[in-house]
Every structure is written in C-alpha cells, then in structure tokens.
Write a new protein. Structure first.
Lengths: 111, 114
C-alpha cells in the first residue's frame, strides 16, 4: 500500500471548517483513500473513502486532486467533539488487504 | 448489541501469566481484525479472519500470541507468558467483508502487565 504523509498536528476554531491535508504521491490507480479518526480512549471510527471523485457524507467531505497525489478531508463546521487523531490511509480495495494506520494528524478544536 | 463488543475492558496481570481477550463482532460481519495500540503509538495490525479462510497472522509479534474465531463469530486473542511490553490497548474490528475498508472498531481491552 502507498505511504501517506500528514502533518503531525493542527488546531482549528470551533464552528469553522477544518481542512486536513494528506499526501499520497505514490498512490496507484486502484488504491482508495480512506479516512478514520480516533477520539481519545475510543476505537477508531470510519469517516469516508474515495477513489477519484470528491465524496461527501454526513460527517465530512473528501476532496481528491486530479492527479490523486493528495487529498483533503474537510470537516465543514468543527465542534469540540471533533478533537481527535485523524488517519489518512490508502489501500487497494481487494481481498487480503488490511488497513495500515500511520501516525495521523492530531486535531485540536479550540473554542 | 449493535456494535463490536470487547471484554474485559481492563485487565491487569502479572508478568508470565496468560490472558484471553474476547471480541464479539457485529452480527453478519464476516471479517474480524485485531490491532493493538501501545501508549502514545499508532495502531499495529495483529491478525484478521475472513469467513472460513485461513487467517492472516502476519502481524502477530511472537508465538506467544494466538487467536481463534469460533463459528465465524466470536474471537479470542490469547497472549501466553505475558511480558511488560505486551501492555497496550487491544482493539478488535469487524467489517462486512475483507474487500471493504470500512471497519467498525470496539472500545478496546486495556492490558497492563506488571
């Protein structure tokens, strides 16, 4: 699976959009981009995933660049409960491929 | 229950003792995973099960670690002769299949080896 690079930490203001970047310059054509988050003392939680097109669900939006070498997770209106470690993972969507978690970005939402 | 259930939530044991950690996946989920997370560290893959296929044990750190999944549902992770470096949160996850990357995690079992 392709390696991802994320900033180790970032702060954002409550009520504002939080834009979390992820670089995956070696991503291959059949690898999807997945985002998970882990709130303190809880198990990781799936957020969203995508291949080429931008995706949106009730939690977040995922913007993938045209060359697919990077992506941005957008939390449209960050709340204090969004404080967590956010993991960007790339993975081939096929049998036998487990998710490999990197260091993630520690996001602190401030009032 | 609706989610992945793990027990015990906390376990304190003495070095050298064996421990068993249990995971009850979401009903109907055919894939089950074990990860561990040491204090302040990322998630480390241990093992996964998919249906009746042979499990992928590639992440097990030593032969003191083993896991079973009975009847395609409940799984038990066993650590024999525990060491202090085994102290971690052990997380179980399940998914509808191995192809999907949408895993549902439990709250974890915190193991402390004294």
């Amino acid at each position: 699976d392709a390696k991802t690079t994320q900033p180790p930490s970032m702060d954002c203001a409550e009520g504002r959009a939080a834009n979390l970047p992820c670089n995956h310059s070696t991503i291959s054509g059949n690898e999807y981009v997945y985002w998970y988050r882990q709130i303190h003392s809880q198990g990781p939680q799936y957020i969203i995933h995508g291949l080429k097109n931008n995706e949106t669900n009730e939690m977040a939006s995922l913007i993938i660049t045209e060359d697919r070498k990077s992506s941005t997770l957008i939390l449209p209106h960050a709340t204090l409960r969004d404080t967590a470690v956010y993991y960007c993972i790339v993975r081939v969507k096929a049998a036998g491929n487990k998710l490999t978690f990197g260091g993630g970005t520690r996001v602190l939402v401030k009032p | 229950g609706a989610g992945v259930s793990q027990s015990p939530s906390n376990k304190v044991t003495e070095k050298g003792k064996d421990v068993e950690l249990r995971c009850d996946p979401i009903s109907g989920h055919t894939a089950l995973y074990w990860y561990r997370q040491s204090l302040g560290q990322g998630l480390e893959f241990l093992i996964y099960f998919q249906g009746n296929s042979a499990p992928d044990k590639s992440g097990l750190p030593s032969d003191r670690f083993s896991a079973e999944r009975t009847g395609g549902s409940v799984s038990t992770l066993t650590i024999q002769r525990t060491q202090q470096e085994d102290s971690a949160v052990y997380l179980c996850a399940s998914s509808l299949g191995i192809v999907t990357g949408e895993l549902f995690f439990g709250e974890g079992s915190r193991l402390t080896v004294l």
